[in-house]
Design a protein around this ligand. Structure first.
Ligand code: 5CA
Ligand code: ZN
Length: 411
């Protein structure tokens, strides 16, 4: 499907990240240097299930991976970025049902809203933006391959993936079985269904249920399971052993564990992704912002009320992507004032020396996307400039390009 219009990227001139970009891999629990090959960096980020979009938790997650995309480019790599849209799945159908709305109309409207919000936040667009529905042929082909490898079995007319087929199952989350079992049911799994070989086995293909959408395929009439959707899309659009699989920390298990296992059974010689990177959860009113609880704040509500999307982005960047944190309205007011300060500091052109601030911002970005450190460096430069420093006659232009290219904020 179509993505959103790309924001312009400034001419970065001599701004560049010298060393490797390092990110925290959930599997190893350590910072790992990304090491893109000659064909560039390959990034897959799990997309929305299109309802209740775009809340600030979504926005924080996509802005975080946008920093990774930008860091890769500043390190001189071509970046190939793929994202999905889970445009058919139980939660979407349940919401459409609850509201008496056609599920496709709901999905299209919410995907449009998400596109607009991503464009407003100046998130670089994916090179391939792929819906679950349009990926059904890819899913069917992958389930066929899994079947040839003996990793598929039937419960009634539904097809299940046998997690025992992947010897490295568990390596993405590093969780023990007990922990996996404790959350599987809460995150779309069905540990108690009779007839399964292992309670952790997950659905690959769900046979048609009365009143639900279904597609006629060689697997029978039905629809794809969730995890295989991302496995099939990533594998097809990026190939094996791509650099980073990203999403919020609520996707570590089962989603990323299962997609990796399915892909690794299909292609046993290759890891699915080289690193699994996860963002912390944004809360509101003391609890994780979540569609099921309804404690949400939306990008579009804030902008409709007059918020500058760049202030929303700056407010998100004040938090390190790996932390859990809570949204409060004062953060937007603060970001708005900070943005105004940055804007007046770049305006005259001359300002405080830029070499140190350029170095800190780019180093911070390459060091596990440390946006708070980068933002603090810009604060320091803006303060010095507003106090009258004019050491560098071209400072305003340099900082404007730096903030734009590295942090995605247009001043
Ligand atoms: N469609 C699937 C992924 S294939 C899905 O999880 N969709 S979602 O709409 O529920 O979430 C989209 C992204 O936002 C996921 O990466 C999810 O982890 C992230 N996310 C959801 N809620 C929050 C939150 N409160 N804070 C931070 N990130 C969140
Ligand atoms: Zn996904």
């Amino acid at each position: 499907m179509r993505a959103w219009p790309n924001p312009s990227l400034p001419n970065v001139g001599d701004l560049g990240i010298a060393g490797p970009v390092r990110v925290h891999d959930s599997g190893s629990g350590a910072l790992e240097a990304t090491a893109p090959g000659a064909d560039g960096a390959r990034l897959y980020v799990c997309g929305i299930t299109p309802y209740d979009a775009t809340h600030l938790g979504h926005a924080a997650t996509y802005v975080a991976f946008d920093l990774l995309n930008r860091a890769g480019r500043l390190a001189g790599h071509q970046v190939r970025y793929v994202q999905n849209v889970t445009d058919v799945d139980d939660p979407l159908l349940e919401r459409a049902d609850r509201d008496g709305e056609d599920w496709q109309v709901l999905a299209e409207r919410q995907t449009d809203l998400f596109r607009d919000d991503m464009a407003a936040l100046r998130v670089l667009a994916p090179d391939a933006y792929v819906g679950a529905v349009e990926a059904i042929p890819l899913v069917v082909a992958m389930v066929d391959e899994l079947e040839e490898r003996g990793a598929v079995y039937r419960v009634d007319d539904d097809l299940y993936f046998s997690v025992a087929a992947d010897p490295s199952f568990g390596a993405v989350s590093g969780w023990d079985r007990e922990t996996m079992l404790a959350v599987f049911g809460e995150r779309g799994g069905d540990p108690d269904r009779p007839g399964k070989k292992d309670p952790l086995d997950c659905l690959l293909w769900q046979a048609e249920r009365p009143g639900e959408p279904a597609w006629e395929t060689s697997l029978g009439r039905g629809r794809p399971g969730w995890h295989v959707e991302c496995a099939a899309i990533a594998r097809h659009h990026l190939g094996g052993a791509f650099d980073v699989q990203g999403g919020g920390s609520d996707l570590v298990f089962p989603h990323h564990e299962m997609s990796a296992a399915e892909a690794q059974v299909t292609d046993p010689d290759e890891r699915f992704a080289r690193a699994y990177v996860h963002t912390g959860m944004v809360a509101l009113d003391g609890e994780k912002m979540s569609k099921s609880k309804g404690n949400l704040e939306f990008v579009s509500r804030l902008t409709r009320e007059g918020a500058d999307p760049m202030a929303v982005r700056l407010a998100l960047l004040r938090h390190h992507y790996r932390n859990d944190w809570e949204w409060t309205p004062d953060q937007l007011a603060t970001a708005d004032a900070d943005l105004a300060r940055w804007r007046s500091a770049v305006l005259p052109g001359a300002g405080a020396v830029t070499a140190p601030v350029v170095a800190v911002v780019l180093e911070a970005l390459a060091d596990d996307l440390d946006a708070p450190r980068a933002v603090a460096a810009i604060d320091g430069w803006a303060d010095a400039t507003l106090l009258g420093a004019t050491d560098d006659p071209a400072a305003g232009d340099v900082v404007r390009r730096l903030v734009d290219a590295a942090l995605g904020i247009a001043l």
